[in-house]
Design a protein around this ligand. Structure first.
Ligand code: ZN
Length: 362
């Protein structure tokens, strides 16, 4: 384990919840470790589990040992969402003898039960989405090849496992002396959830709100035929950025005192963290709107790919296109929902955004 991985266990970060501890587990990524949470006692419960790697497994074992427990004794796992640094070691726990109940939001449950590294990357469906938004075929082919090679070469960081309880907004996860309320916070994934302990004001946020960064939001096609109500006959799609902003605005009204995130320590000022995440995306939505208006002034409309090139002139299309392109598409989703832009389909099937004459987002 690297020197910067720090202590494995942070005991009782919320004084009013003495049995809840933070475990810091290494990941292979530059973003650093993932923070999971353990509630000792019966049922011994984990919130998230870390990636499936030997150093992460060793750190989980050491963290549990420090609170007098072992992996085989875990009775329940709640996942904030399906990403590998959260679901990674659920099956490892089961393989180590844990007879555990796995609880996941219903909208992420299939991704947990059907997990494969290739499915997680959504290469073909994301490329179809990008093609529909104007990204050239040759670039998509090169990028698809690069991602497929990555998936084939790198050891998987999670493996599929059974979900026993499908959670929804408002559900409760009960312990002897307190309860966690499930808050559905879609955006980073469709089924991302937060857990709220009312008496202490503690909010476990996963990647929805973090100590030092703002999450990317997903956007991908859902199963099913094109929406008959959509004049552009677009396939149904999970639109992460509008969902994320709606969720943040809803959280704004809450009386939270401490955020326990999956990355970036512990956040002592929840209201500020919520406002900062909102501002982060509001600024980017405005940047996309400005670029799109400029392009549209020249020729009436702009594709997401043209906007991408205008907003990120220095980004490398091969390695830096995906997350930024999802952001541009997400921003157009926000602007379309607000009536600022209208989408239309060109003859070559590519979608482009055209400013609505009178509307403005400000
Ligand atoms: Zn995540």
């Amino acid at each position: 384990m690297s020197a910067r991985s720090g202590p494995v266990l942070r005991r009782s970060p919320v004084l009013a919840l003495p049995r809840l501890h933070q475990l810091v587990l290494p990941t292979p990524w530059e973003v650093g470790p993932v923070q999971i949470y353990a509630v000792e006692g019966d049922p011994l419960t984990l919130i998230d589990t870390g990636v499936m790697t030997p150093p992460s497994w060793a750190a989980l074992g050491a963290g549990l040992e420090a609170i007098g427990a072992s992996p085989g004794e875990v009775k329940r796992v709640v996942l904030t969402h399906y990403h590998t640094d959260h679901m990674g070691q659920v099956q490892s726990l089961r393989d180590a003898g844990a007879d555990l109940e796995l609880a996941v939001h219903e909208d992420d449950a299939d991704a947990v039960e059907g997990y494969t590294p290739a499915r997680d990357e959504r290469i073909d469906t994301t490329n179809a989405l990008f093609r529909e938004h104007g990204v050239p075929d040759a670039l998509l082919a090169r990028q698809g090849e690069r991602l497929r090679r990555m998936v084939a070469d790198e050891p998987p960081l999670a493996c599929a496992t059974r979900v026993d309880r499908r959670l929804r907004d408002g559900d409760r996860v009960s312990f002897k002396d307190f309860e966690l309320e499930v808050i559905h916070g879609a955006g980073h994934t469709a089924g991302h959830l937060l857990l709220h302990e009312e008496a202490s004001g503690a909010l476990l946020t996963g990647d929805h709100l973090m100590g030092h960064s703002v999450p990317f939001t997903e956007s991908y096609y859902l199963e099913g035929a094109p929406d008959p109500a959509d004049p552009l006959a677009r396939r149904p799609r999970f639109r992460g950025l509008p969902a994320y902003l709606r969720s943040l605005r809803r959280l704004r009204g809450g009386s939270f005192r401490t955020i326990l995130p999956a990355h970036g320590g512990i956040v002592a000022r929840p209201a500020r963290a919520i406002d900062e995440a909102l501002l982060f995306y509001e600024v980017r939505v405005q940047r996309v709107e400005r670029a799109a208006r400029k392009l549209a002034a020249a020729r009436g409309a702009a594709t997401a790919w043209e906007i991408w090139q205008a907003v990120f002139p220095k980004a490398d299309p091969l390695t830096q296109m995906r997350t930024r392109m999802l952001m541009v598409i997400g921003a157009l989703d926000v602007l379309e929902e607000a009536g600022v832009f209208e989408m239309r389909r060109r003859e070559d099937e590519v979608l482009e955004a055209r400013p609505q004459s009178s509307a403005s987002s400000r």
